[in-house]
Design a protein around this ligand. Structure first.
Ligand code: SR1
Length: 322
């Protein structure tokens, strides 16, 4: 292993407490993100105190208030709605507690705003959709307003429809809860039955895409309807590459890498280092063809095939051993 380039700050030798305050925790994306955050925390001698609102925004706000009151060394807010988390984020900022906000607007420049490049995520997936449909056809769109990453992807979809008048959004569906994929599958089935000419589903969240894929398969529409999604996991790779899968492309980062970056950014802030104010992680387009041709069956193989998905220089911690 390479040597670190700086000595470990005294605080870290003693142990640092970082509260990770989540809005959501179920589903592949959030599980992988947490695994990455925990691995990075372990390597940095950070105790990660994890709470989840489980989709209940009041509970998340309460968890955040508690983290501020407990005077942890830093806080990471993972998703959430601006109106429910910003009051406590302001309290953290006023109390001098460093804070990283992932996928939620912190409302203060004192916090580091971490996101994936959601505009690029949507652009990459929609580029594939345009190629796959030839730029014409009926499309079902899966969206729930209020989640910052989905809202940013929605901006691109709105513009895409204006730029591509041959693409017609015939139905908008979407739900985010503890069983998003199966709820979306039910909605997608109804929407497909009501709109028999649909050629594509734009589902820019992997739970949406999994639900859409289930609906297409159950209705026997694999030859007719293709799915363009976002995010990836080993389980998603399995869905995308199974024979006749309708999920043909996904635009994604490596979720565990993003979790790692959140913890590194928090650690740097605790050490008094400069970060941000904005960190935006670039995605890559992953196609069914590419996965099949490359024999890629899991995330480790995917990141080996697309090294750009690992971003060790983003929020690099100078005292950590790579
Ligand atoms: C409910 S929001 C889901 C999204 O959050 C992350 O940005 C992931 O990319 C996922 O698509």
């Amino acid at each position: 292993a390479a040597s670190p380039t700086a000595s470990v700050p005294a605080k870290f030798a003693a142990g640092v407490r970082v509260a990770l305050v989540r809005q959501l925790s179920s589903g592949d994306y959030f599980e992988q993100w947490l695994a990455g955050a925990q691995a990075e925390a372990k390597g940095l001698n950070v105790t990660l105190e994890v709470s989840s609102g489980d989709g209940n925004n009041d509970k998340q706000a309460l968890n955040l208030e508690q983290a501020v009151n407990q005077k942890v060394d830093a806080i990471i807010v993972d998703h959430g709605f601006a109106q429910t988390v910003q009051p406590a984020i302001k309290k953290a900022a006023d109390a001098g507690i460093p804070l990283v906000a992932f996928d939620v607007d912190p409302g203060t420049p004192k916090a580091v705003a971490l996101s994936q490049d959601d505009h690029q995520i949507a652009e990459l997936a929609l580029g594939a959709l345009k190629e796959g449909t030839g730029g014409t056809g009926d499309v079902i769109y899966v969206y729930v307003a209020g989640f910052a990453p989905l809202d940013r992807r929605n901006e691109v979809w709105t513009q895409f429809k204006k730029d591509n008048p041959g693409i017609k959004e015939v139905a908008q569906i979407g739900v985010v809860n503890n069983s998003t994929a199966s709820a979306v599958a039910d909605q997608a089935k109804a929407a497909l039955q009501a709109n028999p000419g649909v050629k594509a589903i734009f589902a820019p969240y992997d739970e949406f895409a999994k639900g859409a894929a289930l609906a297409v398969k159950e209705l026997g529409l694999r030859d007719q309807v293709k799915i363009y999604g976002a995010d990836i996991s080993t389980a998603d790779i399995g869905v995308i590459t199974e024979p006749d899968s309708p999920w043909v492309a996904t635009a994604t980062t490596d979720p565990s890498n993003v979790g790692r970056i959140a913890v590194r950014a928090a650690a740097l802030l605790v050490a008094g280092e400069q970060v941000g104010p904005e960190l935006k992680i670039p995605p890559a387009l992953v196609t069914q063809q590419q996965l099949r041709d490359g024999g890629i069956a899991n995330i480790e193989q995917l990141t080996a095939a697309i090294p750009a998905l690992t971003t060790p220089d983003v929020a690099r911690v100078p005292w950590a051993t790579p």
